[in-house]
Design a protein around this ligand. Structure first.
Ligand code: HEM
Length: 430
């Protein structure tokens, strides 16, 4: 990336983030933005915040300063929602709701989607991890390269979602095949054919979840869908089928590629910083520190996808954000802000050793799961998958190395991969 040119003028940070240079390494540009244009106004009129303190403020801001679009305003932010199923589903997800609707939906899902419920999945997750590693072992031991992105990073969250939702694995395989098309279609720059492809995939997902809900209603099991459709003695309120479908759709869309990307980045960190692998060989506190640092170092959802609308003129760092402006936060830049994390470009799990989840020893919040009322619902699920995977990968394949440079997805929003080829280091002769 030519930081010099950027310094002269940055008309649109979103366009810059989509450039090949930023897909490869967005952090020099993010540093420039934080230092020179931290309250950036893009060509589209969107504002983008890149300092940790400003992002933290925006994520926690309540009603009078910033809030999501009111139901009547949705058409302004999603003009094609009237005719597009995907945009319609997106507009009805938990992430797009504001209190009091958000409070009600979050309460209903949190009744069953608890930390205990997720912790109960640990043995199943450990079993899936071991089976995937067993599956990779023969090819690796023959000296062949294996694509860890496909064979492990994507497979694990897919199989965990199947377990969580109480679905056959093959059915989940069919559903997640459509996620790429849906994510493409949800981009504000998607063409009509891309949106049509997204809608076809969303329609398949919607029909499947509709059948799944009826099936769980007739024959409940110990999965989250059965719990969410089930009656609660102490609570007459319940999720409607439409609310439940958009909840499941939103969980898959928000939780699948992000978790896979974090697994990829964690493995890359193990390979790039062998001196830090010891965190994965000791106790759970060390593993947690490594996981939190991976999340800080490489935020997979680089900026927030939720529109936050200024309710009045807001002054931030000497810049006036006008009433009704759409404000986004560049989470990945906040995580690398030296005012929050010392030596931010250094991968250093020690900064999260022995602390509360996501909080550094200096009391600063790692922003990758957001903050405030929209704090990621699946944070614990993602953390457990990482904590169950990384020490096992390290123990099973201690001589893992890159077989070739990984190839990245050309996405400005999601920092993820197309392939991550690995192999075992050849034993030294003699
Ligand atoms: C490493 C993996 C993940 C990352 C980095 C991530 C990131 C995020 C972020 C940044 C937000 C807040 C967005 C904002 O306020 O603008 C969010 C919200 C959300 N996430 Fe995640 N997520 C991950 C995994 C998951 C998983 C596994 C699930 C599914 C169970 C999930 C479901 C959700 C939902 C439903 C919300 C909306 C919550 C609300 O509005 O109350 N996420 N996530």
């Amino acid at each position: 990336m030519n930081v010099q040119e950027t310094r002269v003028a940055c008309r649109d940070a979103f366009a810059e983030l989509a450039s090949l240079a930023c897909i490869h390494d967005p952090y020099p540009f993010m540093r420039w933005l934080r230092e020179h244009d931290p309250v950036h106004r893009a060509a589209s009129g969107l504002f983008l915040l890149s300092r940790h303190a400003d992002i933290d403020w925006a994520l926690k801001a309540t009603g009078d300063a910033l809030r999501g679009p009111a139901p009547g305003e949705l058409a302004r932010y999603f003009p094609r929602a009237a005719t597009s199923l995907s945009l319609n589903l997106l507009a009805s997800t938990l992430a797009m709701k504001e209190p009091p609707t958000h409070t009600r939906l979050r309460r209903l899902i949190s009744r069953d989607f608890t930390t205990r419920q997720i912790d109960n999945l640990r043995p199943s997750i450990a079993r899936i991890v071991a089976a995937r590693l067993d599956g990779m072992a023969p090819a690796l031991e023959r000296g062949e390269a294996v694509d860890l992105h496909w064979e492990f990073a994507l497979a694990l969250p897919m199989l965990v979602f199947a377990e969580l939702f109480g679905m056959p694995q093959n059915d989940m395989f069919g559903l997640v095949a459509g996620i790429g098309a849906i994510l493409e279609g949800l981009s504000p720059h998607a063409s009509d054919p891309e949106l049509a492809a997204a809608d076809a995939a969303s329609a398949r997902m919607q029909a499947y979840f509709n059948d799944l809900i009826q099936c769980k209603r007739n024959d409940p099991r110990h999965d989250i869908v059965s719990m969410l459709v089930g009656a609660h003695d102490d609570d007459a309120d319940t999720l409607s089928d439409a609310e439940l479908i958009s909840m499941l759709w939103g969980m898959l869309l928000g939780g699948f590629a992000t978790t896979a990307a974090t697994i990829d980045h964690a493995v890359l960190a193990m390979l790039a910083y062998p001196g830090q692998r010891h965190w994965l060989q000791g106790d759970a506190v060390g593993v947690k520190a490594f996981v939190e640092e991976v999340l800080r170092y490489e935020a997979p959802a680089m900026f927030s996808s939720i529109p936050r609308i200024a309710q009045r003129d807001v002054e931030l760092g000497g810049v006036v954000i006008p009433k009704n402006a759409d404000v986004r936060v560049l989470i990945a830049a906040g995580n690398r802000d030296p005012d929050a994390f010392s030596n931010p470009d250094r991968f250093d799990p020690a900064r999260f050793y022995g602390t509360a989840p996501g909080v550094s020893v200096d009391g600063k919040m790692m922003l990758s799961f957001g903050h405030g009322i929209h704090f990621c619902l699946g944070a614990q699920l993602a953390r457990v998958q990482l904590a169950e995977s990384l020490p096992r990968i390290q123990a099973r394949f201690p001589t893992l190395v890159l077989a070739e440079q990984p190839s990245r997805e050309p996405s400005a929003f999601l920092r993820t991969f197309r392939a991550l080829p690995v192999r075992l280091r050849a034993p030294r002769r003699g």
